[in-house]
Design a protein around this ligand. Structure first.
Ligand code: E4P
Length: 220
């Protein structure tokens, strides 16, 4: 399972990449705005810190504009940058054109299994269903992951990876693991939460106390 960081904060990418388990990064226009920095500079710095796929999102609404932006991003940024496009009919056209040129595309803002299937047919490398935003509407976002994975099971010729996005808490990630999602993108806070357990912490504390006694007794 691939673990991606959902951020435009370079220091966070540096920290999680240092753990040795970071497979990629997703950014979006809102995350870039929050960083307060220049879009291409941020993506370039991130792409140099993490060798996996780094999603950079286009903002055009028409296919021609999306392809133009995508080609410009590919030409001016490191090789591992992939292009994120919204899940619309124009986005499908752009996905087809970019993926036919061998460019990786992540189709974002997916809220139904049919949107995911059509994006896969257009050649997407990743489809990004947004779990948390579905939960926000009072429905169960995990059902969408389950529906998409069932669809993939029904049509084994689909090679597109299911990238669970809009992750709000560690349980979302554990559920994705259980269902077999290919990839999860999550904020830094959730990376940290997933590695934390009070019994690990108290266990280390106990071992260190006992070891100090071993040393004091001169048995180390
Ligand atoms: C995914 O690529 C998106 O950047 C992200 O997961 C959106 O999450 P949000 O719903 O918390 O904004």
């Amino acid at each position: 399972m691939e673990l991606f960081l959902d951020t435009a904060e370079v220091d966070e990418v540096r920290e999680i990449a240092s753990w040795g388990i970071l497979d990629g990064v997703t950014t979006n226009p809102s995350l870039i705005k929050k960083s307060g920095r220049d879009f291409k500079t941020v993506v370039e710095e991130i792409a140099n810190l993490c060798g996996g796929p780094i999603s950079a999102e286009v903002t055009a609404l028409d296919a021609e504009g999306m392809v133009k932006e995508g080609l410009d991003l590919k030409a001016s940024l490191p090789e591992n940058v992939i292009i994120k496009v919204p899940c619309t009919p124009e986005g499908l056209k752009a996905t087809k054109e970019l993926s036919d040129k061998g460019i990786g595309v992540n189709v974002t803002l997916i809220f139904t299994a049919s949107q995911a299937l059509m994006s896969a047919k257009a050649g997407a490398m990743y489809v990004s269903p947004f779990i948390g935003r579905i939960d926000d509407t009072g429905h169960n976002g995990m059902d969408l992951i389950s529906d998409i994975l069932q669809t993939w099971h029904n049509y084994p010729e689909i090679k597109t990876k299911v990238l669970a996005a809009s992750i709000r808490h560690p349980t979302h990630v554990l559920e994705c693991m259980r269902l077999g999602a290919h990839t999860v993108t999550m904020p830094t806070k959730i990376f940290r939460q997933l590695m934390k357990h009070p019994l690990t912490e108290s266990g280390i504390e106990r071992f260190l106390l006992d070891w100090a006694e071993v040393e004091n007794a001169g048995n180390a």
